[in-house]
Design a protein around this ligand. Sequence first.
Ligand code: ASP
Ligand code: MG
Length: 400
Amino acid sequence: MRIVQKYGGTSVGTIEKIKAIAEHLIKVRKEGNEVVVVVSAMGKMTDELIKKANEITNRPDRRELDMLMSTGEQQTIALLSMALKNMGHEAVSLTGSQAGIQTTGTHTKSKIKSINNERMEKHLADGKIVIVAGFQGMNEAGDITTLGRGGSDTSAVALAGALGCQCEIYTDVDGIYTCDPRVHKGAKKIDKISYEEMMEMSNLGAGVMEVRAVELGKKFGVPIYVGRSLGEKNGTYILEKEQIMEEKLITGLSINENVLMVNLQNLYNKPQKIANIFSALGKQDVNVDMISQSQSVEDMVDISFTCPATEEDLLDKAVEIIATQNPALKISKNQDLIKVSVVGVGMISHSGVAGKLFEIFGEKNIKFYQVTTSEISISFTMDKDRKAAAVEAISEAFNI
Ligand code: ASP
Ligand code: MG
C-alpha cells in the first residue's frame, strides 16, 4: 500500500521525536508500504521565525517572509532524512518545489496549482522513503511561497491526491473533538466525520485540521485519518458523509478567535458603489466573511463585515481605496469578538436548531452581532468575554 503520513510541529519538536518517527517509518516501510512523509517545522519554529521578522518590521514584506518561514520545514526534512539514513534506510528529503509542488497566488497564503509527482515516483520505485517539506511550493515566478499557517496539512492531502493514496495526519491531539477540549472539558472524540462537517469546523476555527486540506480531501476522495500515536488507530476518520451511518443533529461546536469586525458607515446606497467596495477587498485578497447591511439616513447605508484579524494590513490597503470613492466614509473596527458556530449534517433534514440557539442566548443574556447560516452550520459573532457562557449553554443543550 502507498501512504502519505504527515507529522506536525509538536510531533517533530525534538531530535528524540524525529528519531522515533524515523524508526516508526522504517517499520511501516518494511511492512511493504510505499511511504511519503510530509513534515512541519519543529515545535514553534515558524512562530520564532515570524518573531525575528517582526523585530525588523511589524509588516514584513510577504515574499521575504515566505523565504524565511520556508526554512523551518527544510530543517525538519533534512534531519529526518539523516536519521533514516543513519538507521540504514534509504531516504531522500525534498523541498516543496523539488517534490513538484507548483503554487499560485498571494505570498504567505498561496494555493497549490499542480503537482508533478515524477520525481517522487522515481524515488519510491527505488525503495526510498520520501520526505517532503510541508507548507511550501514554488510559484510561476520561481519564488518560494507558503500556503498559510497550518498549511502542511494541505501539502500532505494534496500529495496523497496526486499519488492516489490515503493520508494520515499525526498531530498533538488524538483526533477531532466535538469542541476544543481546552475550552470545554466535556468535549468528546468523534470517530468519523464527513468532509463537509470537518470543512465547516476547520473554517470556523476548530484548529486541528486546515480547511483547505479537507477541501482537497473531498475533491480528490482522499480518506484522511487524524490522530496522535504512532501506529494505533484510535483517532478520527474524515470521509464521505455516505460512509457515516449514525448521524447526530449537531456534530460539533467551534470557536474562531481570529475575527475582526469592520463597520463602514456613510456609504452611497448604489449597487455599483457597494460592488466596488467588495471588489476592492477582493483585490487585496481579504477573506470577507459575515456581511450585514443597515439602512441609515437618505441615500446612505452602513455595512459591516468580518475578516480574519491577521489580514488587517490587507484590509487597510483596501480601505484606502474605498475611502477615495466614498468621501463621507467613517470606519470602525472591533477585535474583541469571537465567532461561535454549531455544525452538523443532521441540520439538513431537521429544523429548529436556530430557534433553539436564539432561545438559549436569550435565557443566558448572550448578546450577538451577526448570524450566518449554511446548510449544515449556524454561526454567531459575539463578545469574547461571553465565550465560556455560550460554549457551556450550547454543549448542554445539544449534548456535545
Ligand atoms: N510550520 C507552519 C506553521 O506553523 C505550517 C504547518 O505547521 O502546517 O504554520
Ligand atoms: Mg497544524
